[in-house]
Design a protein around this ligand. Structure first.
Ligand SMILES: [Zn+2]
Length: 413
């Protein structure tokens, strides 16, 4: 993988986003230029300081006891329902189709607003498809520049959505929207659910390549104004550790989410490995990583439940996680994808995706998935949302579950 676009502060030629303020909507004024003279060091330091300031001020959520935080659901599916074309470009970059084409930026803001209105207390940036494998299909020469550019745009659009939701008179104001946290996604670099492809890329390019790109993604997210990082669907601990190394430079909280079935390179699920993953997270936090939560995501709900149960079954492990102030997060894939994941997932093949009827129900109210959410909570998870296929209705249904639990105090590990 050749790169034309080095990191700010590392080399003389770098991408520089010409933006005025991370809190300003100003998307029209966002341009990407190449500055050949600056080292970029001072700018990078400012960004890191800004991240530290934000972290100190607001990025740690107020938590007490068994309080449950409601995350959002699938952005990709929502964007398609709202009108994102599933054309040739979509098949190459998936949901990043909406970032590549500025005319769809409004759809991204709208999708975030839909989740805020549903009650989501966190919204995740829409750059899951902004990764090297996909972007090299569209930008063979300067894919790395486009990755950082579109990642920053995704962060700024999420921040813009929160601002809109907190602004009276916009017609979309939602109560408590000002407390919604923007989580910056760090996606898998090769493919989701494909340990084999990750390992092949690691053998070819080396770990410094992964850490360097993740650092560029993290920096772009900080420039865009995120409150925390969320490496998602990490194929294995190695990929997760590369993302962690990159995120540590920016001193924002990290919600580290592993592919929830913990599949091996032959696509076989291994939820029994979840306790060892939790112990690695404890070690990383003891070494200074600001890990706020360990998550399991994008696997079928049954596999994520098995991973959580394995953590709970390990004597003393839940207590150790609590002592270290590490929450457990869970957001499952509600699509009928088990056979595809077993064979080897290919992100360009999204035409035959269907939502599991047993999870969504005939009325699309996600009663079946909400029952899994209840079990996640009773097995120790305190951050709950939905991944692929779970739309706003699923988030509303989980919100009702949480509200009922708060009223009756009947849930909790
Ligand atoms: Zn997913």
């Amino acid at each position: 993988m050749e790169t034309l676009c080095a990191l700010p502060g590392v080399a003389a030629t770098h991408v520089q986003a010409l933006v005025s303020s991370s809190r300003s909507p100003g998307l029209q004024s966002l341009k990407v230029g190449v500055n050949k003279s600056e080292t970029g060091t001072s700018r990078t330091q400012k960004q890191i300081l800004r991240g530290k300031l934000r972290a100190a001020m607001s990025s740690s959520p107020p938590r007490s006891g068994d309080e449950v935080t409601l995350m959002d659901g699938s952005m990709g599916r929502q964007l398609c329902l709202d009108g994102l074309p599933q054309d040739d470009l979509f098949s190459k970059v998936w949901s990043a189709r909406a970032l590549v084409d500025e005319s769809f930026h409004g759809l991204i803001v709208q999708a975030h607003l839909t989740y805020i209105a549903a009650g989501s207390q966190t919204i995740t940036t829409s750059n899951y498809g902004v990764q090297p494998t996909y972007y090299q299909r569209v930008y063979p020469e300067d894919w790395e520049c486009h990755i950082y550019r579109d990642t920053e745009i995704a962060a700024r659009l999420a921040v813009e959505a929160r601002e809109k939701a907190t602004t009276a008179g916009t017609g979309v104001a939602a109560p408590d929207a000002s407390t919604v946290r923007v989580l910056g996604s760090l996606p898998p670099f090769c493919e989701s659910h494909r340990v084999d492809l990750f390992e092949a890329a690691l053998a070819e390019h080396g770990e410094d390549f992964f850490v360097r790109i993740y650092r560029g993604v993290a920096e772009a997210l900080v420039r865009g104004g995120v409150d925390a990082f969320i490496p998602e669907t990490m194929n294995n601990w190695k990929e997760a550790s590369f993302a962690l190394r990159a995120c540590r430079d920016f001193d924002l909280p990290i919600i580290l989410c592993l592919e929830g079935a913990l599949r091996d390179e032959h696509m076989r699920p291994h939820p029994e490995l979840a306790p060892s993953m939790a112990k690695l997270v404890l070690e990383e936090k003891a070494r200074g990583a600001r890990i706020e939560a360990l998550g399991f995501n994008c696997a079928p709900p049954e596999h994520i439940l098995a991973s959580l149960q394995a953590v709970k079954a390990e004597p003393g492990l839940l207590a150790s996680l609590r002592e270290a102030d590490i929450q457990l997060a869970a957001y499952a894939n509600c699509c009928d994808r088990e056979a595809v994941h077993n064979q080897g997932f290919d992100g360009s093949d999204t035409n035959r995706v269907t939502i599991r009827r047993d999870l969504a129900g005939d009325d699309n109210q996600f009663e079946g998935y909400t029952k899994f959410a209840q079990q996640y909570i009773s097995n120790g998870a305190t951050y709950i949302g939905g991944c692929c296929g779970c739309g706003p209705n699923g988030i509303v249904s989980i919100r009702h579950l949480i509200e009922q639990a708060q009223n009756s105090s009947s849930l909790g590990p």
